[in-house]
Design a protein around this ligand. Structure first.
Ligand SMILES: Nc1ncnc2c1ncn2[C@@H]1O[C@H](COP(=O)(O)OP(=O)(O)OP(=O)(O)O)[C@@H](O)[C@H]1O
Ligand code: SF4
Ligand SMILES: [Mg+2]
Length: 388
């Protein structure tokens, strides 16, 4: 059995345009048991060999089912979750290798915007205190007058009045709190903002306003974004490029337009086939892929292609024992920047390999497949819409 780590094919385009270069990043959490002595009895392979490059000024969207490792990868880029293996090069410095004071200083360049602004903002601090905190920590609070001016500018940039400075987080609505969270991230003049589900806790009516705000700020402050989301509509709207994650690895990466126009990996095809299309004539005729089987546990990922236990195109050879690399595909009309981790993507795209009814495969705790189960005994979700 070969289980090669997903390796990068370098992206097309000028390497100097790359702001963040993530290479071979793994984050494995030990599972410990024991009353007196903690014994490591296994690992959660939350991120298991990810390569991606984010270019200056672009928005990179990361999508995938709950638990596939999106947030852990975001935190690994900030070194909030130190990678078990791999490097995260930001402007020439390996963030993953930094510790202590050096790491604290470099963190200024990467800020995070969280899903739930209520729990990420200290309720006992006024907005002024929340915003000044980061500036002070990074030596940007030089004198009272210029700090006050900067605070007013920040609030204006996120669409809040200067009077907000003396108020506390509970005095604002959810959307306004997220604006404060964004202002706080901006206060230290970052290069990259990692926004982890930035609008999923907000009312639908407010989501678009916050997304539009992020887009406006990108130009104004020369920002690069990594946006983590499970809402494919949000990701499509905001992203230049999109990476699709499954069980700790990237399975497809392409420009947003290419990914939606021609999804190539079986998992991406299933994900997109679960998104409703407003036009009823298209909705009735388009491809619908229902996945059988549950999302395997990241503490016991299937060998070979991680998706083989649910893939309707699974083949007898390679799929169950060789992990596919993320690679450029040889399909007419497909851009070289469109990369896919599937052994059979060319044959699937040409129609040579057709989807078939696949019984879910049960993965035994020690690894290896225990074979197909009766449908009756398997109670996984029928489609990705159920799990997203
Ligand atoms: N500190 C931790 N210790 C152990 N396991 C963890 C830890 N943090 C995350 N995990 C596990 O790692 C896996 C990936 O988690 P992660 O939060 O990155 O997923 P996600 O894709 O962001 O999911 P969601 O869409 O639900 O936010 C999950 O199985 C999770 O339980
Ligand atoms: S065809 Fe094989 S390699 Fe491709 S996604 Fe399906 S299981 Fe994975
Ligand atoms: Mg998450």
């Amino acid at each position: 059995m070969t289980d090669t780590t997903t390796q990068a094919t370098p992206p097309s385009g000028n390497e100097r345009d790359v702001l963040v270069d993530v290479r071979g990043v793994k984050v494995h959490f030990p599972i410990k048991r024991g009353v007196i002595f903690d014994k490591v009895v296994g690992h959660v392979y939350a991120v298991d060999g990810v390569d991606l490059q984010i270019r200056r000024g672009e928005t990179y969207g990361l999508v995938g089912e709950s638990g596939c490792g999106k947030s852990t990868l975001g935190k690994a880029i900030l070194n909030l979750e130190p990678p078990t293996e791999g490097s995260v090069i930001l402007d020439g410095t390996d963030i993953a290798s930094l510790r202590g004071e050096e790491l604290r200083r470099r963190r200024k360049d990467i800020q995070m915007v969280f899903q739930d602004p209520m729990s990420s903002l200290d309720p006992r601090q006024s907005v002024e205190s929340l915003l000044v905190e980061g500036m002070r920590a990074h030596g940007l609070d030089t004198d009272g007058a210029s700090t006050k001016k900067r605070l007013r500018e920040l609030l204006a940039a996120v669409g809040l009045p200067a009077a907000a400075l003396t108020k506390y987080p509970h005095e604002f609505s959810g959307g306004q709190r997220q604006r404060i969270g964004i202002a706080r991230a901006l206060s230290v003049e970052p290069k990259l903002i990692v926004a982890d589900e930035p609008v999923s806790a907000l009312d639908v009516s407010v989501q678009a306003q916050v997304i539009n705000l992020l887009e406006e700020l990108q130009d104004e402050f020369d920002l690069t974004y990594l946006v983590v989301a499970h809402d494919l509509a949000v990701v499509r709207h905001i992203s230049d490029r999109i990476g699709v994650m499954y069980l700790g690895g990237l399975v497809e990466e392409a420009s947003a337009d290419d990914l939606y126009a021609q999804p190539l990996h079986p998992y991406t095809r299933a994900l997109l086939s679960a998104v409703p299309v407003p036009d009823p004539s298209v909705e009735d005729t388009r491809e619908q892929i229902l996945l059988t089987g549950d999302l395997p546990s990241p503490s016991n990922p299937p060998p070979g292609c991680r998706f083989h236990t649910r893939c309707p195109w699974r083949q007898e050879t390679k799929c169950a024992d060789e992990r596919p690399m993320l690679r450029v595909v040889q399909v007419d009309g497909v851009d070289p920047s469109h990369r896919v981790a599937c052994h059979w993507v060319e044959q699937i795209a040409s129609g040579e390999i057709r989807p078939h009814d696949v019984s879910p495969v049960y993965v035994t705790p020690g690894g290896g497949d225990a074979g197909a189960l009766d449908d009756d005994t398997f109670t996984g979700p029928a489609s990705v819409t159920e799990v997203i």
